[in-house]
Design a protein around this ligand. Structure first.
Ligand code: FES
Length: 973
């Protein structure tokens, strides 16, 4: 014992350690205090597995055991996997197969895989999935992770493993002639992992670096567990902050006494609403000017949801910060709460935003923030003239993002007295602009650094911690770290908007002549993305069938629940679920084959998008037409791969057996950035050795955008991706970009990179012409980092770099390119889902998900495939299990990962991706977006499959066994 600490002797990553340790310190905190930042904190509740380390070769959740418990044992963290400078086969395999997306779960997945392979070097697929079941991944759908473990197994057993490749096939003009490699038919329930399959029309041009399975540019450091994330950094003198949140859904803060907390030795600041100026803002990280209302202040004297901000403290240790929180005495006047969105709109409802200093609320007395009413054509007349009118009402849940890295921010003054915010954000430039007035600093006095991000999915497109962190640094002069607990992720961060969706479809013959969408969106306690999510929902869903008479009516409503915000799918996935379900119901009632009915009506190449001008994002939009689509090809390939019609025929003969199979399909579209609003920029600079710095404001959240943007630059400059030092993003050093949202990165930021690269290419040619003594660049050619004259003489990039910087016509070869588009070309896709329903329990077992995707030119099939696989995983949770549940007082009853069912490795069905390339005229090399589209199709296809199996239409998600069982009983099953 020394100062109450216990002796701890153990072996850590092969090195004998002897020290004294506080017996109350967890192994997680102990290891991170040693700067072993590869050990991640995801929940501190033993639910997520991010903190997994090996103790005597067995996976252990380090948050659940004390450091003293490893006395006499051997501990291995990811930092100990590498031997003699060589990555362990597991690390190598994860890097090579594309198993790493955000990389936050990667150390835990790899250590778990190592433990499995040490015990069983040739595990089966089921054994791999069972072993990985304790470590959640929110990005990948586990497909490439399972593949990586198999590859590592082969490497360990001395089997030869070739380069990871994707399957490429030419798309025949006659779609009936399309043949898939045998495994993609999944005959005899074959369960193995398949690589993405890419169909390319013969008319598309060849590319050198685009379209290849390029390994991620940040893959090695993530495989090695390097300190790459926001919290993997400890400035000297850093204080630990903690946030006091409201226990009430609706209350006034009558009195707040922080004197005892302030008096605690080691507590450096306690801030309440009495300490901060009342500066209004909107927390959604969007372009200037953000839509009104600006309905938040950093700390308020009223709380509007359980989890709302009350006070924030900074102290020497996390434990002391928590103790200080407990010593803040708050007297509340508890007010009636409106938890349900329909109740919140009624006469006499509690008014959630009754403050007088907020502008821009449509009808504050009924908690209606926005009312949207946009129409093209004459919908009522078209309904009156229709042969048939179909209507349906649908409800969708308040899904939680569940990204594995909690929100975290570290703030500090730099040596020039500028405020630095190192934060886990999707929108560094919006953070800088929005936080500046809140903390009384000029925009130029703030620097925002976005390191690697452990997933975001829209949840980090929001200003949640940065203002409070900066306030504490201002108050103390010290660096401050503020992180949400996992419970706060559920109750204080953002979620998907729950929606009540009513579609009405008018049909004449087999043509959809009119569609009306009446939507109520619940934005929770603050407006955030309330307006834009619903506008996008209206635009995208009404554009799918693009009726000439389309009407969008929408109310966006406050409730006393945690605010909703941006979440992948952005309103569209909810409304497409409703629309596609009603379309199939209509087809069934009309006696028309569902695919024929949809095909007859879906938007076609060259069609004007009727509502595009009226529904922009928070403002009017721009006229657009559909410039590329492979909807027909995607549907035809999906029908073939799933043997759709034969299965539907066979399932009709199942009778009333207990377990019934079904197959469903849906078609979906999305967008690529926000037309006329999203702007990205990139800078490329040549170095002495002919390499380049690629500096981008774009924000890679784990999507692989840094890699695909480098592939675009490589394509223009004819040099490998490895020649680029890629950096994103830092508001001091990288050019502006709106950030990662609205499916804009490939399309908008990719356009910026292409523009920058083309300017640099021209400068390279000009300098080469000088060096070669030529007047013109017209006859020069670039091949493999070298510029050739017609006579065969040449100069290499290295020679050009050295010459331009040191010798001849000295100047820096560099350029900054920007890009904005007045179009947002929709990617299109067909989704197929196969299920088995247990009619006695209501359990729906999903057996296969297949998405056939047109995202324009596929820049990197592995990273794009990963986006689709992970998107389907999140969509599956949305349909089957993921909901945040509140009691009548507005308290969330399942605010931990153990109670919120996100899909685990062993629960996932077969998850397949096929791409059909198109060449969109406005996208960089023909590319469109992929990430949000990926989440849009599973809900309607799965509901269609359940109907195919049981005859029941499910209209409210998620499809819990109880709901399905009740619906079956109502239907007489
Ligand atoms: Fe697994 Fe992101 S790669 S959580």
């Amino acid at each position: 014992m020394a100062n109450g600490n216990e002796n701890l002797k153990f072996i850590l990553n092969g090195v004998e350690m002897q020290t004294y340790v506080d017996p109350s310190v967890s192994l997680l905190d102990y290891l991170r205090r040693l700067h072993l930042f590869g050990v991640k904190n995801g929940c501190r509740e033993g639910d997520c597995g991010m903190c997994t380390v090996l103790v005597d070769g067995k996976p252990v959740r380090s948050c659940m055991v004390k450091a003293v418990s490893v006395h006499g044992h051997e501990v291995i963290t990811v930092e100990g996997l590498q031997q003699n400078g060589k990555m362990h086969p597991v690390q190598q395999a994860f890097y090579e197969t594309g198993a790493i997306q955000c990389g936050f779960c990667t150390p835990a997945q790899m250590l778990t895989a190592k433990a499995l392979l040490d015990e069983n070097s040739k595990p089966t697929e089921d054994e791999i999935r069972d072993a990985l079941n304790g470590v959640l991944c929110r990005c990948t759908g586990y497909v490439r992770i399972v593949d990586a473990v198999k590859r590592a197994s082969a490497m360990i057993n001395g089997e030869s493993v070739g380069p990871v490749e994707v399957l490429q096939k030419t798309l025949p003009e006659d779609l009936d002639a399309v043949e898939l490699p045998a495994p993609y038919y999944r005959k005899d329930d074959f369960r193995g992992v398949l690589p993405p399959l890419v169909f390319t029309p013969a008319s598309m041009s060849e590319t050198q670096f685009i379209g290849k399975a390029q390994k991620k540019v940040d893959g090695v450091k993530l495989a090695q567990g390097k300190p790459a994330f926001a919290d993997d950094f400890r400035p000297d003198g850093m204080l630990f902050a903690a946030l006091l949140t409201s226990p009430h859904a609706h209350a006034r803060v009558k009195k707040i006494d922080a004197s005892k907390a302030r008096a605690l030795p080691g507590v450096h600041a306690v801030l309440t609403y009495e300490d901060l100026p009342r500066v209004h803002y909107a927390s959604g990280g969007q372009s200037y000017p953000q839509p009104l209302p600006y309905d938040q202040v950093s700390l308020d004297n009223k709380v509007r949801h359980v989890g709302d901000r009350v006070a924030v403290v900074a102290a020497e240790t996390p434990e002391l910060a928590q103790k200080a929180l407990r010593m803040i005495a708050v007297e509340y006047e508890v007010l009636p709460a409106a938890v349900d969105m329909l109740d919140a709109m009624k006469e006499g409802t509690p008014v959630i935003h009754d403050e007088e200093d907020v502008e821009g609320i449509y009808d504050a007395k009924h908690n209606v923030i926005y009312h949207i009413d946009e129409e093209v054509g004459d919908t009522q007349k078209a309904f009156a003239e229709a042969d048939h009118v179909f209507e349906g009402e649908y409800r969708t849940p308040k899904q939680h993002h569940g990204q594995m890295e909690p929100h975290v921010c570290i703030s500090y003054w730099d040596e020039d007295n500028r405020m630095v915010l190192r934060t886990s954000t999707q929108v560094p430039f919006h953070v800088r602009r929005i936080v500046a007035p809140l903390v009384g600093l000029a925009v130029k006095d703030i620097r925002v650094i976005k390191p690697r991000i452990g997933g975001g999915f829209g949840g980090k497109q929001e200003i949640l911690l940065e203002d409070l962190c900066a306030h504490l640094t201002k108050a103390t002069g010290r660096p401050v770290r503020l992180e949400y607990t996992r419970r706060q992720e559920f109750i204080s961060a953002r979620s998907r908007h729950p929606q009540i969706i009513k579609f009405k479809i008018g049909v004449k013959g087999d043509t959809v002549t009119a569609v009306e969408l009446r939507l109520i969106g619940d934005t929770g306690a603050y407006a955030s993305h309330g307006l834009t999510v619903q506008m996008v929902a209206g635009l995208k869903s009404l554009t799918l069938y693009n009726a000439p008479n389309s009407h969008f009516l929408c109310d966006v409503v406050y409730t006393n629940t945690p605010p909703a915000g941006a979440y992948r799918g952005y309103g569209t996935m909810q409304c497409l679920f409703a629309l596609e379900t009603l379309m199939e119901e209509a087809a069934e009632k009309l006696g028309i084959d569902v695919v024929e009915f949809k095909r007859k009506n879906w938007i076609k190449l060259g069609d004007p998008m009727h509502l595009a001008e009226k529904l922009g994002e928070g403002r009017a939009g721009y006229a657009q037409t559909l410039t590329s689509t492979a909807m027909e090809e995607a549907v035809r390939i999906g029908l073939k791969a799933t043997d759709f019609y034969a299965k539907r025929e066979a399932y009709r003969k199942q009778g009333d057996s207990r377990k019934r199979k079904g197959i469903g399909m849906a078609v979906v579209i999305h967008g690529s950035g926000i037309a006329g609003l999203d702007m990205g920029a990139a800078t490329i600079k040549m170095n002495d050795d002919g390499s380049f710095n690629l500096l981008m404001g774009a924000t890679d959240l784990g999507t692989g955008s840094d890699t695909i943007l480098a592939q675009i630059a490589a394509e223009v400059l004819h040099c490998p991706v490895e020649d680029f030092i890629v950096y994103s993003s830092d508001t001091d050093f990288t050019p502006f970009d709106v950030g990662a949202y609205a499916s804009s990165t490939t399309y908008i930021s990719g356009g910026a990179v292409r523009n920058a690269a083309e300017m640099v290419r021209k400068q390279i040619l000009e300098h080469a012409a000088d060096m070669l003594g030529l007047e013109s660049i017209d006859t020069l050619e670039i091949r493999d980092r070298e510029v050739f004259a017609p006579d065969g003489t040449s100069v290499t990039y290295e020679e050009i770099g050295l010459s331009s910087l040191h010798q001849q016509n000295q100047h820096q070869i560099m350029a900054t390119g920007s890009h904005i588009s007045y179009e947002s070309p929709p990617p299109t896709a067909a989704q197929f889902v196969e299920v088995e329903v247990d009619t006695e329990t209501g359990e729906v077992n999903v057996e296969r998900m297949l998405m056939v995707v047109d995202c324009g030119r596929v820049i990197n099939p592995i990273t794009a495939g990963g986006q689709v696989e992970g998107g389907m995983q999140q969509a599956l949770g949305f349909v089957r299990s993921e909901d945040t549940v509140f009691d009548e007082k507005g308290v969330m009853v399942n605010a931990r990962l153990a109670d919120y069912h996100a899909y685990k490795a062993a629960e996932m069905p077969m998850t397949d991706v096929i791409f059909v390339q198109t060449d969109d005229p406005s996208g960089p090399y023909g590319a469109k977006s992929v990430s949000e589209l990926a989440i849009d199709g599973v809900a309607p296809a799965l509901v269609s499959a359940v109907h195919d199996a049981t005859g029941v239409w499910m209209r409210e998600l998620p499809l819990t066994p109880e709901k399905v069982w009740k619906a079956l009983k109502r239907n007489g099953n």
